[in-house]
Design a protein around this ligand. Structure first.
Ligand code: NDP
Length: 354
């Protein structure tokens, strides 16, 4: 089958695309422009016959995905020929604005996230569409009660929704992460509402990753090109104090998140489900020790931590994805070591070119 992958140029989108190609799927990668497609097509030379690009300059524009999700129909010409389009069988929608790029909450985060998601569903729902399933990437943030003290009595599961309102996020000026989690929640809820209110020929699955760690598939040349969660690894180097928190726990390996998306395409029972994707807790001390062990020659640059266990005051349950999507989660030692290796290589390159 053919899969449209939105956000193809991104951290997750490129990892999803690679696994799809390796598994024999055809991939239509949605990128903003041709200049984004070129360096990426070079990355997959062995898959050139399976990979094509489509250009979506702005996911928030009305009808943004009409061209990317072609439908068959009749050409309105003199001959009234029937036109058979090269449609897609599946859509994996990873594109979404990120937390560090928000000036105006509604314009830059809330509306692009919601309208981008609805736009995918509307384009897939036109007559002549060949789409069988749409998978969207939501976020653990869409289920978490963001900013509240940890409650050891509560275990986060797919039954939870972030309780913060659209109006509060719209008025927020300081906390970009709050605006981001509300945008993810609103986009996911808008998708469920659309699916409830419309009779579609396709079904819908939502994947909710926790913080994603791991080496990138997309080309990166300098530290600034790394995804935000991976640049934070740098906080552990050349410091005497442990960083207060590397990234928000829980964490998950990028390849595991990609595999969750792939599996949701292949398991009929996934229809209409949400999947929390991530099982590992981590403390700054644990991350420091993982990096010290993985890179002995760099250990003098990294503070030492005690291997205290992950606090049980903040709890979540990723067992539904383990069970139903058959995921064996990559140990965090491997994810941090591989992301750390890439960070060190880029750090060296940055120093050399400074
Ligand atoms: P990236 O920033 O690496 O990728 C985001 C992608 O979306 C890029 O390809 C970007 O294109 C595209 N995009 C964003 N806004 C627009 C727009 N307005 N028009 C067209 N394209 C757009 O992020 P990730 O890969 O990390 O995130 C992928 C998904 O996973 C997102 O939905 C995110 O919310 C979710 N997620 C990520 C987590 C993480 O820790 N990284 C954790 C939980 C969920 P371009 O490169 O051209 O800007």
């Amino acid at each position: 089958g053919t899969v449209l992958v939105t956000g193809f140029s991104g951290f997750l989108g490129s990892a999803v695309a690679l696994q799809l190609l390796e598994s024999g799927y055809k991939v239509r990668g949605a990128v903003r422009s041709e200049s984004k497609a070129k360096p990426r097509s070079k990355k997959y030379p062995q898959y050139s016959s399976q990979l094509e690009f489509t250009y979506v300059p702005d996911i928030a524009a009305p009808g943004a995905f009409d061209k990317a999700i072609e439908v068959s129909g009749r050409v309105q010409g003199r001959l009234m020929n029937t036109y058979k389009a090269q449609g897609v069988d599946y859509v994996i929608h990873t594109a979404s604005p990120l937390a560090d790029k928000c000036g105006d909450p509604e314009r830059d985060m809330l509306l692009p996230a919601i309208n981008g998601t609805l736009s995918v569903l509307k384009s897939a729902n036109r007559p002549g569409s060949t789409v069988k399933r749409v998978v969207i990437t939501s976020s653990f943030g869409a289920m978490e009660d963001y900013g509240q003290p940890w409650n050891p009595e509560h275990v986060y599961t797919e039954a939870d929704w972030c309780p913060i309102s659209y109006e509060r996020a719209k008025a927020e000026r300081e906390d970009q992460a709050l605006i981001y989690v509300v945008a993810k929640k609103e986009a996911e809820q808008a998708a469920f509402k659309y699916m409830k209110e419309n009779k579609t020929s396709f079904d819908f699955v939502s994947v909710l990753p926790t913080t994603i760690i791991g080496p990138t598939v997309q080309p990166v040349k300098k530290l600034a090109d790394l995804p935000l969660s991976c640049t934070r690894i740098g906080d552990f180097f050349d410091t005497k104090e442990l960083p207060s928190a590397p990234v928000a726990p829980p964490i998950v390996d990028v390849a595991d998140v990609a595999l969750c998306h792939l599996r949701t395409l292949e398991i009929p029972e996934a229809a209409g489900q949400r999947y929390l994707c991530g099982v590992h807790g981590h403390t700054p001390a644990q991350v420091a020790n993982i990096l010290r062990r993985a890179f002995p020659s760099e250990a003098h640059r990294i503070p030492e931590g005690n291997d205290e266990p992950w606090s049980k005051d903040f709890r979540w349950d990723g067992s539904k994805a383990t069970r139903e999507l058959h995921i064996e989660w990559t140990p965090k030692e491997i994810s941090y070591a591989e992301a750390g290796r890439q960070w060190l290589e880029l750090d060296k390159a940055d120093r050399a070119s400074a």
